[in-house]
Design a protein around this ligand. Structure first.
Ligand SMILES: [Mn+2]
Length: 272
């Protein structure tokens, strides 16, 4: 049994299948982790979602900001933006099943055997792994609750509050947790988020730094994450594994063997 992790797929099904073929992925004994943003911007989000669902227990995917955006557009299609490529999912015969399965997925996945935490954006330096899992579970509970989901989807957008406080309540608390786990890139030592800058580590606003450059609460814990294509799948920090290599932007997709650390890249999605 081998555990693999793949970066942001964003509807790029062909490179994903190419990588799985390359390593001889066997769903009856191997496991694929996906760091979230399964869908959007890329060419085939609908079949990507079907493919991931069909892997069943052989795939563990955490939710990214684009996956949450899909859930929000399914409630109100006027939220679709010009650059979104989500319409085929919303119009598919099996949309209800696909969206119901997506809602069940976690925001954080912890593997005690490997000592690795996976979230879409990373591990907030102000939180321990235990706190991160607990706070992720607060949002997961709402995603799975028919009564509470609509309000969350209506109110989840926004950059405020930009700093975690344990005293936060209600929708502000849920939005803040969601932003840390699905949108974080740069933050301050006290956890204050900057959610506007998207470029590489050199583009940090004054007083901010990439989240992974701060000492972490659990130094022996490894982290695997995506979301930040400008890092080109490299943080320079041992044990902090960035996997988004910007496949959807015409670059390669990255698959990592989490047991050996070996990385594979597929260039078949690149324009020829
Ligand atoms: Mn993302």
């Amino acid at each position: 049994m081998t555990t693999y992790a793949v970066g942001d797929i964003q509807g790029c099904l062909k490179p994903l299948q190419c990588l799985l073929d390359e390593v001889g992925f066997n769903p009856s004994c191997d496991v694929l982790w996906a760091v979230g943003d399964l869908v959007n911007r890329g060419p085939d989000s609908l079949n990507t979602l079907r493919f991931i669902d069909n892997l069943d227990n052989a795939c563990i995917a955490v939710l990214g900001n684009h996956d949450l955006h899909l859930l929000a557009t399914s409630r109100d299609a006027s939220r679709l933006r010009k650059s979104d490529t989500l319409l085929p999912i919303l119009q598919a015969d099996d949309r209800d099943r696909l969206l119901a399965n997506l809602r069940q997925r976690p925001l954080a996945h912890w593997d005690a055997r490997l000592g690795i935490l996976m979230t879409h954006a990373g591990l907030p330096p102000i939180w321990s792994v235990k706190q991160t899992r607990k706070r992720a579970a607060e949002v997961e509970e709402v995603l799975r609750c028919d009564e509470r989901l609509p309000l969350f989807l209506d109110e989840m957008y926004g950059n405020e509050p930009d700093r975690w406080k344990p005293s936060l309540t209600g929708i502000a608390r849920l939005r803040c947790i969601t932003n840390y786990l699905t949108r974080m890139r740069f933050c301050k030592q006290d956890g204050t988020l900057d959610l506007k800058s998207k470029e590489g580590v050199g583009s940090a606003p004054k007083g901010f730094a990439p989240w992974f450059t701060y000492p972490r609460r659990d130094p022996t814990t490894q982290v695997v994450f995506g979301h930040w294509a400008a890092l080109e799948a490299n943080t320079g920090v041992p044990g902090i594994h960035a996997l988004d290599s910007g496949c959807v932007w015409g670059n390669s997709m990255t698959l990592m063997n989490m047991d050996t650390g070996e990385r594979h890249q597929c260039h078949c999605g690149e324009p020829t």
